[in-house]
Design a protein around this ligand. Structure first.
Ligand code: SF4
Length: 324
């Protein structure tokens, strides 16, 4: 069983979520988790679209307004109706292009903002009545369009533990896969990487799991660059899915199946009890994972002990630490 070093992912973040006083009223929207818990484990690159585009602090409030002539809504000042659409769209186009130099793995966006909101941002009619709740902020839309594989989530959803766990897992996985393919990788490196990620992929269903398995089996037939690009894309796309309870149970059963015959009576009873607690939703994945890793390492099943699913991120994040 190896102790995993976790290279720091590079993460873009709405500046107000780090406590920077850049909101329209000169305030911030600091998230304790984003700033104090995740912060020391990642490299942040803070962005405030409205402030950086020159709208100043403080500034009038703005909102998205439906325009039947356009695909995307306008960004208008709430009171005066002054139109900042072109300014924010042009700025976002250039800023997202420049972000390539930051080599970001993910981005945390402040929700509901006409600039940063990832989804479900309110769009109004020009008479001030709500039109839909299906908008994205101007900067967020440009970001997600330019970098479709970026691990993006809203700051406010970090309070939802399954979403938080999945976001953090994907962030560290994104850095791992990038680091591997940027090295002088060998086929053996890819096989080892894929073996370690197998159970995490399985908890997201069989489609990506099978596609990647088949790619790895044909690795010698695929040109290096093409392999790296395609493997990375399918890998990150597969991890986008939330693991379901049923699939987590399947993955645990799958791992146990490989060595349960080797357990002595005491280990077996301890383990079966843990599995029952896990099935009943009273034991978290992190809890059963710890036991699985110890037993697998003791009985020479290193591939189980080393699964990323059982060692999902730095311990400070306590990922998968709540029962589901
Ligand atoms: S939500 Fe975005 S634009 Fe608004 S203050 Fe925060 S970082 Fe700036």
């Amino acid at each position: 069983m190896t102790t995993t070093p976790f290279p720091k992912p590079r993460v873009g973040v709405s500046a107000c979520a780090l406590g920077q006083q850049v909101r329209f009223d000169g305030g911030h929207k600091r998230s304790h988790f984003v700033d104090a818990v995740l912060g020391p484990l990642v490299e942040y690159h803070a962005v405030c679209p409205e402030e950086e585009a020159g709208l100043g602090v403080p500034r009038p409030t703005m909102r998205l307004v439906h325009d039947p002539e356009r695909e995307s809504p306008l960004v208008l000042e709430t009171r005066s109706g002054k139109d900042h659409t072109a300014l924010l769209e042009d700025w976002s186009e250039q800023r997202t292009k420049d972000l390539a130099a930051q080599d970001l793995d993910g981005f945390l966006l402040t929700a509901k903002s006409p600039s940063c909101g990832m989804e479900r941002v309110k769009i109004y009619r020009d008479n001030g009545m709500p039109h839909t709740h299906s908008g994205s902020g101007v900067f967020a839309a440009a970001l997600m369009e330019r970098y479709p594989l970026l691990v993006v989530e809203e700051v406010q959803r970090m309070n939802d533990l399954p979403l938080r766990d999945n976001f953090c897992f994907r962030l560290f996985a994104a850095r791992r896969v990038k680091d591997m393919f940027r090295s002088e990788w060998t086929r053996g490196d890819v096989v080892n990487f894929h073996t370690r990620e197998k159970m995490a992929l399985l908890t997201r269903g069989r489609v990506g799991y099978r596609k990647l398995g088949s790619m790895v089996a044909r690795i010698h037939e695929i040109p290096r660059e093409e392999f790296a690009t395609e493997y990375t894309a399918i890998f990150l796309d597969t991890l986008r899915l939330l693991p379901t309870r049923g699939r987590l149970i399947d993955a645990v059963q799958h791992m146990v199946g490989h060595f349960k015959e080797d357990l002595d009576p005491r280990e077996r009873s301890e383990f079966l009890e843990a599995v029952q607690e896990f099935h009943a939703g009273r034991l978290a994945l992190a809890g059963i994972g710890r036991l699985l890793r110890v037993l697998a390492a003791r009985h020479g099943r290193e591939w189980v002990a080393d699964q990323s699913l059982l060692d999902p991120g730095p311990k400070e994040l306590t990922l998968y630490g709540s029962a589901f």
